[in-house]
Design a protein. Structure first.
Length: 156
């Protein structure tokens, strides 16, 4: 009789243990599924951040290429036009050289200023005023360009 009781107890005990294991397995499965979802969400966020950073780096690289191109253009403008204009004694040639150089390198404040001075010498005060204004737009602290512009405006 004890053997029957003992085997019943063992079967009941075994069934209880199996039920507990099944419940634990269910909890563990739910936890692992939630953890997997959380990890997938983190990976998605990381992918989005990497894509944003990649675009930012590409934009920086493109900006650097543009800056390098602009620098090359300005170097060519100096070599082929601005330096020659400085050496020329012919006012019309100076004006032409500065204008050609500024088509290649439009953001050089000193070239606008020098063109303005050549235009003043040629008696073209309205055009000179525009060049001094252009120099000041690029470099608001350009004192000599400000003085020349004020002088032109004061002598009207």
């Amino acid at each position: 009789m004890n053997a029957i009781r003992s085997s019943r107890f063992s079967v009941v005990h075994l069934i209880a243990m199996l039920a507990a294991l099944a419940m634990f397995n269910g909890c563990l499965t739910a936890y692992l599924e939630e953890d997997l979802k959380r990890q997938q969400a983190q990976m998605k966020e990381q992918d989005a951040e990497m894509a944003r950073q990649r675009k930012e780096l590409e934009a920086i690289a493109a900006g650097k290429q543009l800056q390098d191109k602009s620098q090359q253009d300005c170097n060519r403008a100096f070599r082929d036009y601005f330096d020659k204009a400085q050496l020329s004694t012919n006012r019309d040639e100076q004006i032409s050289l500065y204008r050609q150089g500024l088509q290649i390198c439009p953001d050089d404040d000193v070239a606008h200023y020098e063109l303005g001075r050549a235009l003043v010498d040629a008696g073209r005060r309205g055009d000179a005023e525009k060049e001094f204004e252009a120099a000041l737009k690029i470099n608001p602290g350009f004192a000599e360009a400000r003085r020349q512009l004020d002088s032109l405006r004061g002598s009207r």
